[in-house]
Design a binder for this molecule. Structure first.
Ligand code: KIV
Length: 275
């Protein structure tokens, strides 16, 4: 069954937790699809885990479209959300609309995601009014890393908690179909989840959210440039990959690979004509 904004909304009502993973390429998308994960996010975390940047600031529309289109070719039933990169929507609602349209038309997204609450209300409304579903992202918003003075837990003081609640209300009122809560204290995320009719997707925000998202390289132990507290390693694929690379190198150097099983034959009579 194809996951849609309607099935995702129903999952909240039925208290059926929503699963989401990030993805940036075709072959991983196929594995995620086969695992039955309901939503995939082509996140601008692409900047760090795939492109090797320090943060998400340098990620471009072209980067997002390129990777989103590849992911879309690996998905059938999984709902595909694509991040709007830094400065693709902050400049004007017009720019936001054009760029959201490109992510849908060229990246084959089913929805777009953008960061911000109260300040992005008119942008979300403009995109939604054009028939494009919007997933909002509040709490720790990595595109504002310089304004925040680093990656910090959001909503810890009374004033910050009130601001976050206002952000959550604003994105729902603007028409967002879903909201990501990043690094929000668990009790506050639980309160916001109960307050909203749209699903909340938590990352570092506790188990009461309507669903969870993780960066797939983080949960597979493939990326250790930094490891936030909220990450759980569900496997140690990074170590397995490194061991396989070491084994490959050893076998090539020793002449143990390739063997008869990995080569193509040529008939002796053909060879005789060449030598
Ligand atoms: O870019 C991303 O991967 C994200 C998730 C961490 C929610 O925005």
């Amino acid at each position: 069954m194809k996951n849609t904004v309607t099935t995702l909304r129903n999952q909240k009502r039925e208290k059926n937790k929503i699963t989401m993973l990030t993805c940036y390429d075709y072959s991983t998308a196929k594995l995620i699809e086969e695992a039955g994960i309901e939503t995939v996010l082509v996140g601008d975390s692409l900047g760090q885990v795939v492109l090797g940047y320090e943060n998400t600031i340098s990620v471009t529309m072209e980067d997002m479209i390129h990777h989103a289109a590849a992911v879309s070719r690996g998905l059938q039933n999984t709902f595909l959300i694509v991040d709007m990169p830094f400065m693709s929507y902050q400049t004007s609602d017009y720019d936001a609309l054009i760029n959201a349209g490109r992510l849908m038309k060229e990246g084959h997204a089913n929805a777009v995601k953008l960061e911000g609450g109260v300040t992005r209300k008119s942008t979300i409304k403009a995109i939604v009014d054009a028939g494009i579903p919007v997933c909002a992202h509040i709490g720790l918003t990595p595109q504002s890393v310089h304004a925040m003075g680093g990656f910090k837990v959001a909503g810890k003081t009374e004033e910050a908690a009130h601001r976050l609640i206002e952000d959550a209300k604003a994105v729902e009122e603007a028409g967002a179909f879903m909201v990501v809560l990043e690094c929000v204290p668990a009790k506050l995320a639980e309160y916001i989840t109960g307050m909203l009719s749209i699903p909340t997707i938590g990352i570092g925000s506790g188990a009461a959210c309507d669903g969870q998202v993780l960066v797939y390289q983080d949960m597979l132990g493939m990326f250790d440039d930094f490891s936030p507290k909220f990450v759980k390693h569900f496997s140690d694929i990074g170590k397995q990959m490194k061991n396989a690379f070491i084994e490959y190198s050893k076998e090539v150097k020793e002449g143990a690979f390739p063997t008869e099983a990995h080569i193509y034959q040529i008939k002796d009579e053909v060879l005789e004509k060449i030598y």
